[in-house]
Design a protein around this ligand. Structure first.
Ligand code: A3P
Length: 287
């Protein structure tokens, strides 16, 4: 049965998450933990792979020790899947954790411990396109009825984890006040070397040229797609049913053009302007 959404502190979010909100909000981060936070479909899994490779000096075998969701647990889904809160609490420091929570919903212990937070943002049209396909697999979200309706819901922030606009702006506004590295998906595609260097520096690692190139290769779309420990194919079916759409779909910039009609583009861009005009946050909008 498809899941339901509700609203928590102004954010539309799955009932499956709010059902355990107290536990999630009280998650105990520790000194040295790293949090990768994103709006869904912005390159989270890609950044997780990059971070794991950086922290393990590009050791491919170590980075294949377990699927992404076990290596870098998803904090708001720990009650629904492995590894579970007890295992995560017992994981040695420093841990790398994943979340899609909006900045004001991030468990306060991350800020109290001044944990490093890597935020990845992707342009709105490609995010909506990717999310429409992905939401056909997410079992704890409602099934998208049509692309047309889904796009309207996305614009209203009426999809899981809420408004894209509020999410990307929320972290942008906090980035200089907190320990947040703000990265763009489009830069990861265009200049992966530069982005990986920046992430490594943020994590206190200096990469040789050889190691950097190795990490670029191991975290490429093709490499991750063919790596069962990095392509999310092992995600429990009760949570992600990938029988029709696989997680590693296209990994492209500008894929929105395969979905948006000329009219949808016009309406979306007009709405976008109004949502984003008060912010200094600027995206590379793939034409
Ligand atoms: P598409 O649906 O457009 O293909 P997240 O991990 O936040 O859910 O993001 C998933 C999106 O990132 C998917 O986009 C997926 O294909 C893309 N992705 C994952 N790994 C990638 C990589 N190494 N290079 C490029 N895109 C990648």
């Amino acid at each position: 049965m498809p899941g339901k959404l509700t609203v928590l502190e102004g954010v539309t979010i799955a009932e499956a998450i709010t059902a355990k909100w107290e536990q999630i909000w009280n998650f105990q981060a520790r000194d040295g933990d790293v949090l990768i936070d994103t709006y869904p479909k912005s390159g989270t899994t890609w950044m997780q792979e990059i971070v794991d490779l950086i922290l393990h000096d590009g050791d491919e075998q170590i980075c294949r020790r377990a699927p992404t969701f076990e290596r870098m647990p998803f904090i708001e889904l720990l009650h629904l899947m492995k590894p579970g809160i007890e295992v995560v609490n017992a994981m040695p420091s420093p841990r790398v954790l994943k979340s899609h929570l909006a900045v004001h919903l991030v468990p306060p212990s991350f800020w109290e411990h001044n944990c490093k937070v890597i935020y990845v943002a992707r342009n709105a049209k490609d995010t909506a396109t990717s999310y429409y396909h992905f939401d056909q697999t997410v079992q704890f979200h409602p099934d998208p009825v049509s692309w047309e309706d889904y796009l309207e819901q996305f614009m209203k922030g009426d999809v899981g984890w809420g408004s894209w606009y509020d999410h990307v702006k929320g972290f942008w506004e906090q980035k200089d006040k907190r320990n947040v590295l703000y990265i763009f998906f489009e830069d990861m595609k265009k200049t992966p070397q530069q982005v990986i260097r920046k992430v490594a520096k943020f994590l206190g690692k200096d990469l040789s040229e050889d190691l950097l190139n190795k990490i670029v290769k191991l975290s490429s779309f093709e490499h991750m797609r063919d790596n069962p420990m990095a392509n999310n194919s092992g995600f429990p079916k009760e949570i992600l049913d990938q029988s029709k759409i696989v997680f590693m779909r296209k990994g492209a910039v500008g894929d929105w053009k395969t979905m948006f009609t000329a009219r949808q583009k016009e309406v979306f861009e007009d709405h976008y302007k109004r949502q984003m005009e008060s912010s200094t946050l600027k995206f590379q909008d793939p034409k």
